[in-house]
Write a protein that binds this ligand. Structure first.
Ligand code: UDP
Length: 410
C-alpha cells in the first residue's frame, strides 16, 4: 500500500526504551506481530498545524515501523468547505451555528469530491474529526473496519450540527473519544484514547540550555526576566486576548514578559483575523512578543516552552490541549483553564493550577512567580503524569489493541 503523506524522519521504536523501559517496547512488538502487513488508512483534514496533525506525524511512522501497511491521507477543500468545518468545530464545542442550511450539502459535496480523489482501501480506516466523516460512503458491503476518531469536546454540542453528524457516526464500527465526558449516546462501541506527545520528536526532545537561551534572544525575549507563554493557533477559543489581559494584571506586580506564539492550520480560516485582534490588544507593549510561526517551528516551540517561567493555556473550549502535555513533559508549571481535556492533565495543585477567568489566571500566575519551589514541584509531578498516560507509545498500544479486537470480533 502506498503512503499518501510524506513521512517524517523515522525514530526507531527501540529508541523509546530509553524513556519507557525495554518491556513496554517489547509489548508493542508483540502486539504488532499479529498485525504484520495489515492495511491501515488514517484520514484527517490538515497535514500541519493543530494537535491531530501533530499526533499523526508521529503515530503513522511508528505503526509503519512496527510492520503495519499504513497510509495517511489529507482531504482537500475550498475556503467555503473550511469555513463550514470551522463553524462545525465551534458549534460542536457548544457555540451557535450561523451557516445557511445548504452548508450541509456543500460539506457533503466536498466529501464526495475527496472520495473521487482518494483511494480508500484500508482494512482499518480511521477517520479523524468531522471534516472527512462522510468518506464512510466508500465502504461497500460492510467490508473493513471503520472507526471515527473524535478529538473534539462533544459534551455540549450544538444540536443542529450534531443532528447532522450523528447518523454518520452511528454507521461506523466504533468511535474514539479523548475523555469520558466527551462521549455521546451512540449505537456503536466507544473507546477512550488519550491524545499523546512523542518525547523523542523535535518538539519535545531534550535541549541544551544554551540553545534555549539563544532562541529566546533571537526573538528579542529577555532570559533574565520571567517569561509567561501561551503556544496556540490564533483561535478565539484559545482566548489569546484573555491571555494579554491576565498578563496586564500580573505585570502590575512582576516585571514579566508575555510570549504568544502560534501559526495557522490549513483547515483554520480564522487565524489572520484573530492575530490582528491580539496585536491590537497588545498595543505597543515591548514586553509582549507575538510570534507568528511557520509550520516547521518545532525546535523553536520546544525552546520557547523550555525557556518559559510559566506556561499558560487559557482556552475557552479545548479538545485536549497538547500544548499543555508538551509543557508538563518539560516540567513547566502550567496555569490552564478547567475546560475540555485540560483537567485530565492539570490536576489542580498536583500537576499544575487550574483557573476559570482572566483574574483567576492572573492570580495563579502570580502565585507561581512568588513560589518557585512549588512551581518546580508541580512541573516534576506533571512530567511523571505525562510519562504515565500521555506518551505516543500508549497511543500506539491502544490502536494495536483496538485493531486486534476488531479482527477478533469480525
Ligand atoms: N502548534 C504548532 N505551531 C503553532 C501552534 C501550535 O506546532 O503555531 C502545535 C502545538 O505545539 C501542539 C499542537 O500544535 O502540538 C496544538 O495542539 P492542541 O491540542 O494544543 O490544540 P489544537 O490546535 O489541536 O486545537
Amino acid at each position: 500500500m502506498s503512503t499518501g503523506m510524506p513521512l517524517p524522519r523515522l525514530i526507531h521504536i527501540d529508541d523509546y526504551a530509553s524513556v519507557l523501559g525495554e518491556p513496554q517496547v517489547e509489548e508493542l512488538r508483540t502486539l504488532a506481530s499479529r498485525l504484520q502487513g495489515r492495511t491501515v488508512q488514517m484520514v484527517n483534514s490538515t497535514a500541519v498545524g493543530g494537535g491531530v496533525a501533530e499526533i499523526l506525524t508521529r503515530l503513522v511512522p511508528i505503526l509503519q515501523e512496527l510492520g503495519l501497511a499504513i497510509r495517511w491521507d489529507v482531504i482537500t477543500g475550498g475556503n467555503d468547505f473550511f469555513d463550514i468545518t470551522k463553524a462545525f468545530h465551534n458549534a460542536l464545542h457548544g457555540g451557535s451555528y450561523e451557516m445557511p442550511p445548504e452548508s450541509f450539502e456543500v460539506f457533503l459535496a466536498y466529501n464526495e469530491q475527496n472520495l473521487a480523489r482518494l483511494q480508500m482501501e484500508g482494512e482499518f480506516t480511521v477517520i479523524h474529526d468531522p471534516q472527512p466523516v462522510a468518506l464512510l460512503k466508500a465502504r461497500h458491503d460492510q467490508s473493513g473496519h471503520w472507526i471515527w476518531r473524535c478529538h473534539i469536546d462533544l459534551s455540549r454540542p450544538n444540536p443542529t450540527v450534531w443532528q447532522f453528524l450523528e447518523p454518520w457516526v452511528n454507521r461506523y464500527d466504533g468511535a474514539i473519544f479523548s475523555s469520558p465526558e466527551f462521549s455521546r449516546q451512540l449505537s456503536i462501541p466507544q473507546y477512550l484514547f488519550y491524545p499523546c506527545i512523542d518525547p523523542l520528536a523535535e518538539k519535545n526532545r531534550e535541549m541544551e540550555p544554551e540553545f534555549v537561551r539563544g532562541t529566546l534572544e533571537r526573538f528579542s525575549i529577555d532570559p533574565a526576566r520571567p517569561i509567561l507563554t501561551q503556544i496556540s493557533r490564533f483561535d478565539r477559543l484559545k482566548d489569546p486576548v484573555g491571555v494579554v489581559r491576565a498578563y496586564r494584571i500580573v505585570k502590575r506586580y512582576f516585571d514579566c514578559q508575555l510570549v504568544l506564539a502560534g501559526g495557522g492550520a490549513d483547515d483554520d480560516p480564522e487565524g489572520a483575523a484573530v492575530l490582528a485582534e491580539v496585536q491590537e490588544a497588545a498595543a505597543s507593549d515591548a514586553d509582549v512578543h507575538i510570534l507568528n510561526l511557520p509550520p516547521w517551528s518545532a525546535t523553536e516551540i520546544n525552546a520557547l516552552q523550555r525557556g518559559s517561567t510559566v506556561i499558560i493555556q487559557k482556552s475557552l473550549r479545548e479538545g485536549f490541549g497538547l500544548t499543555v502535555t508538551e509543557a508538563l513533559w518539560k516540567k513547566k508549571p502550567v496555569v490552564a483553564s478547567a475546560v475540555g481535556g485540560i483537567p485530565t492533565q492539570v490536576i489542580h495543585k498536583h500537576t499544575g493550577l487550574l483557573a476559570h477567568s482572566v483574574e483567576g489566571t492572573a492570580y495563579q500566575i502570580r502565585f507561581l512567580l512568588s513560589n518557585p519551589a512549588i512551581a518546580s514541584r508541580l512541573g516534576e509531578q506533571g512530567h511523571e503524569h505525562v510519562r504515565e498516560h500521555f506518551l505516543i507509545t500508549s497511543n500506539v498500544r491502544r490502536y494495536l489493541t483496538l485493531f486486534l479486537h476488531l479482527l477478533g470480533s469480525s
